[in-house]
Structure formats: structure tokens, C-alpha cells
Design a protein around this ligand. Structure first.
Ligand code: FAD
Ligand code: AMP
Length: 479
């Protein structure tokens, strides 16, 4: 028997499940297919983000931050705690509990919105036929009016350090260490490497991060990445080696010897655990039959236009499997846009206002253009920055590292970018996103009343600093 649906979504990550819920809310008869099975043999919903990505990593970041705070931050407040200890098993169980709550929550939302679930691997064939191979090997066929491909991404493996699920692991393995590794190597100083490196460093590991590029966080604004590098290395003791390209590894008993090349030649480091965090790649293997008609680009992403249409009419692709930042919220927004397009709306997405966050301590967050990008594009801009060191609330919190930096068009005053390194940056960046979305000027932010005392006052002061009008610091230039 062939099932008929108006919308079929392959993959239930934050791109796919949001698309399915939205399509159902818009009155479409919708199905979703998910192949991920947990150790207990049950299907799990929510994709990378909920199972092994955003959520479990943030749970561990929170636990490890509280531990580090207990060890190093309490004394200043006059709080005395006798030799705190970390129960890693309990920390992992807490993380698993949060994951379980959210993944079952997604299953409930899909059901509650009337989305039909199929458990198995989906494959798109010609003419919008989707085959689902269930875990028992049986096959079901669906004829769809519209298909949304949302198969997500998987970690990149590099030949010098093949993962073995024991000593050499990917990001998923690094969320599950049953004890704190004495010495931990991390390959890649990207978002995932920095976040997971921070978790285990706070819990007591000696952490060495090997990064092939000479520049730290090249995608971030230069002033912010410079501040962050100093803070992570000098203040927090993360040993981040830039210009260090890993070229080989050898297992020696319970350890791994990693060979890397830097400006001085070939070197070695021995680690108890090694996390390979060199990026993620789109996952399409076995999901598109040869006659599906869907084309990939030269990097293996499904080729789509600005509205996520693939080369086949009625077939869309969203999330990590297509171009653009590999971020959960970007995929979810694409899911909403595509569901609306299918329902007959002319929906569009503003790719210029997608926030980026790195959940280190302090956090790094930005939206819009960096100063380096504006220079390269020849844009005439003004910049204003304000340090948290001059913010009363940051002092009260005992955390004055970092700054807010705002970039605005020199002629129109329109906000072009906001960059934050500091406590609470992940929350504060929403102000920059709203500014960009609403096409605000720096003056709009200057004329806005911010509550006192809050960390967000640094946003206000940075906007004032754009025109050399900051109140709580000396302005370099006279107006
Ligand atoms: P995925 O979440 O990868 O979901 C794809 C789903 O499709 C999977 O469940 C998969 O099993 C299923 N699937 C694949 N092929 C098939 C098939 N043929 N049939 C049926 N099902 C299939 N992003 C953020 O925005 N914020 C963060 O803080 C953040 N932290 C992260 C931390 C880590 C450690 C990692 C690894 C990632 C993190 N990310 C974060 C990235 C984020 O997880 C991804 O951008 C996001 O999950 C992409 O969503 P997606 O729906 O496109 O794909
Ligand atoms: P991201 O793509 O943001 O997750 O970051 C991955 C990082 O891994 C990038 O900064 C790469 O430069 C880095 N990287 C990739 N391959 C290697 C390697 N062989 N040795 C060290 N760093 C690497």
C-alpha cells in the first residue's frame, strides 16, 4: 500500500521537526521520518541538536561551570565550601535526563499537531516518492506532494586521527566520558572544540587544543577573538596552539600519541583522550536515489535557492544539509519558511540576521558583519565599543571580562553588526538580532531606555560610543 501525504519530511532535527509541525499547523497532511534508534531500541526525535548537540553540551557546560565557580568563585563572596567533588556519573545522568525530556517532548508535539511518524530510513526516489526502510527491513512507500529533506550533518573524520570510540572520539564521545581525562587533546578550535574543551578543563583535565589555522576564531570580529583568546589561554589555562596541524596519531595502550606540524616542525603530544572536532559535513548517504533528481553542490550540500528549493520542483532542503551556518535556529527558521511556501505564502528568510553563539565562559555572540568584513567590502562604517569592566552589574557578578562592540553605517547610521564577548552574551545578542531585523539605527539604540543595573547597559553604551557619546567611559574623539 502507498501512503499519500501533502508534506513528507525526512529527518526530525530542529529543521525537520519544526517544518513538520508548521506544515501541519497550516493544514497540510504531514508525515515525518526518523531513523535514529537509541541503545534501548527506541526511536529518538530531535536530531543532533537534542540528542548529541546543543542541549547535552549546554547541560555539561552548566554543570562544569557551577563546579568551577564553586572551586574558584565562591571565596570572593565569603562563601566557604569544604573540598567540593564532582560526581561525573551524576552529571551525565542529569544531561541524559534533559535530553530524554526534550526528545520525548518533540515526539509529543509531533503527535499533538497531527503529524504522522514513520520510524526508519527515508529515501527520496523519482517523482516525489519516498521509501521508508523500517528497522525490521520492511519497506513502506509514501507518495508526497511536497518533500522536505532535513537529514542534517555528521562529524568530519580526518585520516590522521580515525575515531575508535574509546580514546579517539568525536563530539558525541566527548559528551560521555565516564571520568575526567587527565590530559585531553582537542583537534579544532572551532565552536564545538572550544565548548567541549571548556567542559573538561573546568572539571580538571589538562586541555591542549590543536588548531591548524594561525588565526583564532577567524569568523568572529577581530577585537572579540583577540579578547577571547587572551581570556581562554591566560585566565582559564586552555592551552590553544594555533598553526598546529595534526598529521598523525598512534595508539599506545590506553593513550594516543598525536603528531602535529607547526612553524617549528613536527611535534608530538600524548593524551588520555582525544576529541576530533574539525567540523561537520552534510549527511545525504543513501537518502537520495540516483533518479531523485536532487543535485548536490561541490561541497556535498544539497543545492538550494534562497527559499530552500532544490533542483526538483516540490522538493525542498533545509538545515545542516544545505549551505549556510550549521546552526539549529537557522534550520528551524528555514523549516518555517518552507512550510509557509508550501502553504502558498511567499515567505523569505533574512540570512543576514542569524545570531552566532559560542557557549564558552565568557560567551561569544555576534550577529551581522564583522569589522574585517566591512573593511573588505569597502563599507564606510563607524564603530563603538564598551567594556564590561565599567558595568556595575558585571562587577556585582564578579565577571567583568569582555566588551560589546557595535558597527553602524557611517552615512545611514543603520546597525550592521553587534559583537559581544562577556557574561550573558548569548542572551544579550537577541538585542542585536532585533536591531538588524528592524533595520534600527545606532541612534535608535542610543534613545532606548535600558534597565539599570544590567549587563545590557553595555549595549546601550556601545551604541552611544558609535558616535563618541558614551557616558561611562572617556570618548577618544570629540564630536
Ligand atoms: P540534525 O539535527 O542533524 O537532524 C537530522 C536528523 O535526520 C537526525 O535525527 C537523523 O537521524 C535524521 N536522518 C538523517 N537521514 C535520515 C534518513 N534518510 N531517514 C530518516 N531520518 C534521517 N547549534 C546551535 O544552534 N546551537 C548550539 O549550541 C549548538 N551546539 C552544538 C553542539 C554540538 C556538540 C554539536 C555536534 C552541534 C551543535 N549545534 C548547535 C549544531 C546543531 O546541532 C545543528 O545545526 C542542528 O542539529 C541541525 O539541525 P538539522 O535538523 O538540520 O539536522
Ligand atoms: P569548526 O568547523 O568551526 O567546527 O572548526 C573546526 C576547526 O578544525 C577549524 O578551525 C579547522 O581549521 C580545524 N582543523 C581541521 N583540520 C585540522 C587538523 N588536521 N589539525 C588541526 N586543526 C584542524
Amino acid at each position: 500500500m502507498t501512503h499519500q501525504f501533502e508534506v513528507v519530511v525526512i529527518g526530525s532535527g530542529p529543521a525537520g521537526y519544526v517544518a513538520a509541525i508548521k506544515a501541519a499547523q497550516l493544514g497540510k497532511k504531514t508525515a515525518i521520518i526518523e531513523k535514529w534508534v537509541k541503545e534501548d531500541g527506541k526511536t529518538t526525535w530531535g536530531g543532533t541538536c537534542l540528542n548529541v548537540g546543543c542541549i547535552p553540551s549546554k547541560a555539561l557546560l552548566q554543570s562544569s561551570e557551577m563546579y568551577a565557580e564553586t572551586l574558584h568563585g565562591f571565596e570572593d563572596h565569603g562563601i566557604q565550601v569544604k573540598s567540593p567533588k564532582m560526581d561525573v556519573k551524576k552529571m551525565l545522568a542529569r544531561k541524559d535526563g534533559i535530553v530524554n525530556q526534550l526528545t520525548t517532548g518533540v515526539a509529543g508535539l509531533l503527535k499533538g499537531n497531527g503529524v504522522t511518524s514513520f520510524e526508519g530510513k527515508g529515501q527520496l526516489k523519482a517523482n516525489k516518492v519516498v521509501e521508508v526502510t523500517k528497522h525490521d527491513g520492511s519497506v513502506e512507500t509514501i507518495q508526497a506532494d511536497n518533500v522536505i529533506l532535513a537529514m542534517g550533518s555528521i562529524p568530519v573524520e580526518i585520516p590522521p586521527t580515525p575515531t575508535d570510540g574509546d580514546v579517539i572520539v568525536d563530539s558525541t564521545g566527548a559528551l560521555e566520558f565516564s571520568e575526567v581525562p587527565k590530559k585531553l587533546g582537542v583537534i579544532g578550535a572551532g565552536v564545538i572544540g572550544l565548548e567541549l574543551g571548556s567542559v573538561w578543563k573546568r572539571l580538571g583535565s589538562e586541555v591542549v587544543v590543536l588548531e591548524a589555522m594561525d588565526k583564532f576564531l577567524a569568523a568572529a570580529d577581530g577585537a572579540i577573538s583577540k579578547d577571547a583568546f587572551k581570556s581562554f589561554t591566560k585566565d582559564q589555562g586552555l592551552d590553544i596552539r594555533l598553526g598546529a596541524r595534526v598529521v598523525g596519531s598512534e595508539r599506545k595502550g590506553k593513550q594516543v600519541v598525536v603528531k602535529f606540524q607547526d612553524s617549528e616542525g613536527e611535534k608530538e603530544e600524548t593524551f588520555d583522550k582525544l576529541v576530533v572536532a574539525v567540523g561537520r559535513r552534510p549527511y545525504t548517504e543513501g537518502c537520495l536515489s540516483e533518479d531523485s533528481g536532487v543535485k548536490l553542490d561541490e561541497r556535498g550540500f544539497i543545492f538550494v535557492d534562497d527559499q530552500c528549493r532544490t533542483t526538483v520542483p516540490g522538493v525542498y532542503a533545509i538545515g545542516d544539509v544545505v549551505r549556510g551556518p550549521m546552526l539549529a535556529h537557522k534550520g528551524s527558521e528555514e523549516g518555517i519558511m518552507v512550510a509557509e511556501i508550501i502553504a502558498g505564502h511567499n515567505a523569505q528568510m533574512n540570512y543576514d540576521a542569524i545570531p552566532n553563539v559560542i557557549y564558552t565562559h565568557p560567551e561569544i555572540a555576534w550577529v551581522g558583519k564583522t569589522e574585517e568584513e566591512l573593511k573588505a567590502d569597502g563599507v564606510d562604517y563607524k564603530a563603538g565599543a564598551f567594556p564590561f569592566a565599567a558595568i556595575g552589574r558585571a562587577m556585582a557578578a564578579g565577571d567583568t571580562t569582555g566588551q560589546v562592540k557595535i558597527l553602524a553605517d557611517a552615512k545611514t547610521d543603520r546597525v550592521l553588526g553587534m559583537h559581544i564577548f562577556g557574561l550573558g552574551a548569548s542572551e544579550m545578542i537577541a538585542q542585536g538580532v532585533i536591531a538588524l531585523e528592524f533595520a534600527s539605527s545606532a541612534e535608535d539604540l542610543q534613545l532606548t531606555c535600558f534597565a539599570h543595573p544590567t549587563l545590557s547597559e553595555a549595549v546601550h553604551e556601545a551604541a552611544l560610543a558609535v558616535d563618541n557619546m558614551a557616558i561611562h567611559k572617556m570618548n577618544r574623539k570629540k564630536r
